[in-house]
Structure formats: structure tokens, C-alpha cells
Design a protein around this ligand. Structure first.
Ligand code: TPP
Length: 325
């Protein structure tokens, strides 16, 4: 891959990692008022996938959406605000840490596990009818592959040859349960074949491999060849949520083993091999951190929604005093 392109991917992954670690810190300080689910360790998937997309393509995500949203075009400022429930967010701070909509970037997420799969399938159906070559990408976890929505969605997408790409981020756990204890067919990508989809498995910690597989899938989906299923094997190096007692269900050795496979460290090693000076990479990371610190400082200055604004999009009218009738 071209050195500058790889450098761009590296920078994006650094943004996602530092953004995530800063959010975890905010959560532990109780400044995020709903559940925060870290994405650290999985950055190569979001970046490898979204780099292949057009602005008018849609992305549907779930309860761990921050990396996907930023990779699709939301700014860290906006997503910090959404996390903190501030007015400057993509959904004016009333979406919260896992259910926002970024309309200009065609990005949507929701916290009901698996529900995005049928929503993405429906959006892809509309896109096919529209005929403009747009596609819809759906991110979900290994646990979501056990929901009814998964089976309904894949079946319809295959029958109607819909322009949808399903990205299963297999991060090895559904909350505290290891994937091999709750999935009957392994790898999960094998399940795709039973619905007539090609199931591809990639190393989700290798941004170049993810990018190449998705590029192929995007070309197929855009040209009318129908849906594609990609399982990215990865790992969340933080707990399921901020505050998760993670070492009750997995060992420190296991987490350490996966940390050594860090997608960002791996990309850095590739860049060094390509002849990029380490000082350039260090300066780049410092710049990313500085920018994020300034974004967070800005977000912390933004106002919270008023009670009236918090119900701007609720159809039941408020009684006097801001209470529901
Ligand atoms: C329908 C539904 N059931 C249960 C939950 C509670 N829940 C939140 S995250 C989660 C685990 C999901 O695992 P997976 O799909 O593998 O995603 P990951 O958290 O690993 O990214 C569960 C069960 C939920 N949000 N929605």
C-alpha cells in the first residue's frame, strides 16, 4: 500500500484510540451518564471499513459506536458532546453514548443488540430501488449473530441481492461470555453460507487486510452482486463497559497476549519498515492528542439540553413544569 495512505490510516486509528481512552477516563469520573462501551483494540475494523465508503453510503452501528461514527465522518468534538450529553453533539446531546444519529454523515446507532441488522437490510432495499449505487454497512458483534434479526436480515438481503455489507466484529466476548460458548458454528462467517452469502474472515487487527477485503465487497455490492458478510477477528482490550470487573471472566495474560497484536502498533511497525522516521510518528501522535484535548475542553464548555430541548423530538407534549402529562 502507498506509504501516505498507510500513514493516513495510522493517524485515524490513533484518533479512535485516544478518543476512546479519554472517554473511558470521563466515564470513570462519572461525567458520562449512561453506559460507555470501549472500542480500544478494534480500531483497524472501523478505519479499514469506512475508508472504502462514500459520504452518501450509510453506516449502522450498535452499542460500541464511537469508532465507527468518527471513521464515517463525525467529528471528535461532536461525539465528545454526545457522550457528555451536551448540546454540541450530532444529536444535540440527547442521543447519549450509544444511540445517536449523524444525518449529514448517514450514520445511525442504537443499543438494542442485533436490531441494526434488519434496519440496514431495509435501508439497502431502499438504496437498491433508488438506483444511485449507494450501499449500507452494518457493524455488529459476535453476540448479535445469535439474534433473530441476523437470520431474517441475511436471508432477505440474499434473496433480493441487496447492496449491504455485514461486518461482524468478533471481539471474542458477548459481555462476559466467550464466543465459543454461545456460537454453535465457528467461524461465524460460515453461517453466511447458509443464507447464500459469501462469508469472508479477516484478521481484524490488520488494517490493510480489512481494507482490501472490504474494498472487494464494496465493489461487488455497488455493482449489484448482492450482500457480503465479513467477520473481523479482533479483541476489545478494555472491559465490556467502563467499570466492568473484566478479570473475573478473562485473565490478564489473555489480555496481554492480544495487546501484543495491537492494530496500531502493527501499523506503526509497517510504517517504520517503509522507511518513515519514528520521530515523525511520535510527532503525529502528539498532534492527535493535542487536538483531542482541545476538542474535549470545548465539549466540556457546551451547555446541557434544557428539559424542553430534551424532549424536542418526543411526540407526547409536556405539561407545565416540564413533567409528562
Ligand atoms: C436485545 C438486547 N439484549 C441484551 C442487551 C444487553 N447487552 C448489551 S451489549 C451485550 C453483548 C453484545 O455482544 P456482541 O454482540 O458480541 O457485541 P460486543 O459487546 O462484543 O461488541 C448485551 C447482551 C441489549 N443491549 N439488547
Amino acid at each position: 500500500m502507498d506509504r501516505d495512505k498507510l500513514l493516513g490510516l495510522y493517524r485515524q486509528m490513533l484518533v479512535l484510540r485516544h478518543f476512546d481512552e479519554m472517554c473511558l477516563d470521563l466515564k470513570m469520573k462519572d461525567l458520562i451518564m449512561d453506559g460507555f462501551h470501549p472500542y480500544s483494540g478494534e480500531e483497524a475494523v472501523a478505519v479499514g471499513v469506512c475508508t472504502n465508503l462514500r459520504p452518501d453510503d450509510a453506516v449502522i452501528s450498535t452499542h460500541r459506536p464511537q469508532g465507527h461514527s468518527i471513521a464515517k465522518g463525525s467529528t471528535p468534538r461532536q461525539i465528545f458532546c454526545e457522550m457528555l450529553g451536551r448540546r454540541g453533539g450530532v444529536s444535540q446531546g440527547i442521543g447519549g453514548p450509544m444511540q445517536w444519529i449523524d444525518t449529514p454523515n448517514n450514520f445511525f446507532c442504537g443499543s438494542i443488540v442485533g436490531s441494526g441488522i434488519t434496519i440496514a437490510t431495509g435501508i439497502a432495499m431502499a438504496m437498491k430501488r433508488e438506483g444511485k449505487g449507494r450501499i449500507c454497512v452494518c457493524f455488529f458483534g459476535d453476540g448479535a449473530s445469535n439474534t433473530g434479526s441476523f437470520h431474517e436480515g441475511l436471508n432477505l438481503a440474499a434473496i433480493w441481492k441487496l447492496p449491504v455489507i455485514y461486518i461482524c466484529e468478533n471481539n471474542q466476548y458477548g459481555e462476559a461470555m466467550p464466543v465459543r460458548e454461545f456460537v454453535s458454528v465457528y467461524p461465524i462467517s460460515k453461517r453466511a453460507a447458509s443464507y447464500g452469502l459469501e462469508g469472508v474472515m479477516v484478521d481484524g487487527n490488520d488494517v490493510e487486510e480489512v481494507l482490501a477485503a472490504v474494498e472487494k465487497g464494496v465493489t461487488a455490492a455497488r455493482s449489484g452482486d448482492g450482500p457480503v458478510f465479513i467477520e473481523a477477528i479482533t479483541y476489545r482490550t478494555r472491559g465490556h463497559y467502563g467499570g466492568d470487573p473484566e478479570y473475573t471472566y478473562r485473565t490478564r495474560d489473555e489480555v496481554e497476549w492480544w495487546r501484543k497484536k495491537c492494530p496500531i502498533a502493527r501499523c506503526k511497525a509497517r510504517l517504520l519498515e517503509e522507511g518513515v522516521e519514528e520521530s515523525v510518528l511520535i510527532a503525529l501522535e502528539q498532534e492527535v492528542v493535542r487536538e483531542l484535548e482541545s476538542d474535549l475542553a470545548w465539549a466540556l464548555e457546551q451547555p446541557f439540553p434544557t428539559v424542553e430541548q430534551a424532549t424536542d423530538h418526543v411526540m407526547i407534549p409536556l405539561a407545565e413544569g416540564g413533567r409528562l402529562k
